[in-house]
Design a protein around this ligand. Structure first.
Ligand code: ZN
Length: 498
């Protein structure tokens, strides 16, 4: 998951469901005009302006998502990571054990379970990578302060450095390496240094290669020593140079080297290959509209991924459980996706495997990725311009959470998680998210508590994303909202027009 939440307007919270709904009528929510169970839109593009209440249907979920059950799944997936080298990344035994775990849980609930296999590009970085500033400068070792990005080419290069895309640097547009214009003045044969930009890392690499760079370092000055993350380049195809993701300190050393004209040596040893990996797809019921829920099951390569995303997987398991026990019309289908951290490969493989009739049969897809952030900002997916019907799900989730005393923001997550390919297939989407490495604002802290100026998830994509990095109670609260939306969609009390 990567998403950068923009600050949004706040809302008052509420009490017991129905009473609060009427209360909300006075407080106000912004539902779309399109669907019959929504009310007038306040004003286009604005979120948070109270208009008319979203009429939440009365639903009998037959129970609550239990915090104990959520914790059991989190502990099981945390233990799986500890038993498999601290990670559950795709292509590793930790991921396979995670697949076995959720498949067994779903079978025990009475779901029909399949584990469709597909081929994915695997990636590994061998120990021993270094970045050295010559003439007695510092040496950084791959591990905490820098990583080869997923699908980086391996190799050894030594060259001078040129900075690109920093505001005012080297005559470029200052668009952080994301525009061709940033690279017009780039001296071929150098190692490029850029800040992280508002585009896919792969785009920056392609610009760098076209400009003749022999290596690329993307240094993030928000990352403290020991906090390097490892973005993905989506595929090894077309990546010909070593590509490094580094903390601010490395960026400063390279900036000095660029200034001084000092050479820098980069050495990385990476392996790419292909492997068959499995999604888990489970179904309950076989008639009527299919309503889908999904969560990625893989972790990053550098940590156990318990908030990202054992929290979503645990929530999906307990929602599946609740719906199976509650009884429902329609068909519940739950997907646990592989290789999200490598580039949404599992959900893409699933969606592209569907016929158009199968796509048409899916009334909605809800995505759950990172529900347990310890300094959370509750966010509901609101893909402006997304498939018709999505905003109905958005408004339902906002209203339901509001009734539960949670003032959720509406957030456009773009291509930040597994909902993306469902939206691309024009399937109405929704979802819940609680924040990644972005800092919480004063306003957000005022509305939801927690620490302003601190990351929403301080262990995002790091080795410390363990069981201690998840708020299980919050996961249960968000899961209850998603379960309610699923049941309302299954019962036809919430319609997406699909
Ligand atoms: Zn994630």
């Amino acid at each position: 998951m990567t998403a950068r939440p923009m600050p949004r307007r706040r809302r008052p919270s509420g009490t017991a469901l129905l009473a609060v709904l009427l209360l909300l009528a006075a407080c106000g929510i912004v539902p779309p005009t399109s669907s019959p169970n929504a009310s007038a839109h306040a004003s286009p593009g604005a979120s948070g302006v109270a208009a008319t209440p979203f009429p939440l249907p009365s639903l009998d979920l037959g129970g609550e998502v239990s915090v104990g059950a959520i914790s059991r799944h989190l502990e099981a997936l945390d233990a799986i990571a500890r038993q498999h080298g601290g990670i559950r990344a795709v292509g590793t035994p930790g991921y396979d054990a995670s697949v076995e775990y959720v498949a067994a849980e779903l079978e025990a609930m009475g779901y029909t379970v399949s584990t469709p296999q597909f081929s994915v590009h695997t990636f590994a970085e061998e120990p021993g990578g270094t970045l050295t500033v010559m003439d007695g400068g510092p040496t950084f070792e791959a591990g905490d302060d820098m990583h080869a990005m997923i699908y980086s080419a391996d190799g050894e290069v030594t060259a001078r450095v040129a900075t690109v895309g920093f505001p005012g640097s080297d005559g470029g547009e200052g668009n952080r390496g994301c525009s061709e214009g940033d690279w017009e003045e780039f001296p071929a044969g150098r190692i490029a240094l850029t800040p992280p930009g508002p585009c896919l890392r792969r785009d920056t690499v392609e610009h760098a290669q076209d400009a003749g760079a022999v290596g690329l370092v993307v240094a993030n000055d928000q990352w403290e020593p020991g906090e390097a993350r490892r973005p993905t380049l989506l595929s090894p195809d077309g990546i010909d140079i070593p590509v490094i993701s580094a903390v601010g300190e490395v960026g400063e050393a390279l900036d000095d080297a660029a200034e001084a004209g000092t050479e820098v040596g980069i050495r990385v040893d990476t392996r790419t290959g292909d492997a068959g990996v499995r999604n888990v797809v489970a179904q309950h019921g076989s008639a009527g509209p299919v309503v889908m829920l999904g969560a990625h099951l893989d972790s990053v390569m550098d940590g156990p991924g318990i908030n990202d995303n054992a929290s979503g997987a645990a929530a999906a398991l307990e929602i599946a459980h609740l719906l199976a026990d509650a009884g429902h019309s329609g068909t519940v289908r739950v997907g646990f996706w592989a290789a999200e951290e490598f580039g949404l490969h599992g959900s893409r493989d699933y969606v592209t495997s569907l016929s158009s009739a199968e796509i048409d049969a899916i009334a909605a897809y809800l995505n759950l990725d990172m529900l347990g952030s310890v300094n959370a900002v509750p966010m509901v997916y609101a893909n402006f311009g997304g498939p018709d019907g999505s905003s109905t799900i958005t408004d339902f989730l906002v209203a339901w959470l509001q009734a539960d005393g949670v003032a959720a923001e509406r957030e456009d997550l773009g291509n930040g998680s597994d909902h993306f390919f469902f939206a691309q297939a024009d399937i109405p989407i929704g979802g819940i998210f609680s924040g990644a490495s972005e800092e919480k604002s004063e306003d957000q802290a005022a509305a939801n508590g927690g620490q302003a100026g601190e990351p929403m998830d301080p262990c995002y994509h790091l080795v410390c994303d363990t069981i201690d990095n998840v708020d299980a109670e919050q996961v249960a609260t968000y899961a209850q909202a998603a379960a309610a939306a699923m049941l309302a969609l299954l019962e036809g009390q919430l319609t997406t027009g699909q």
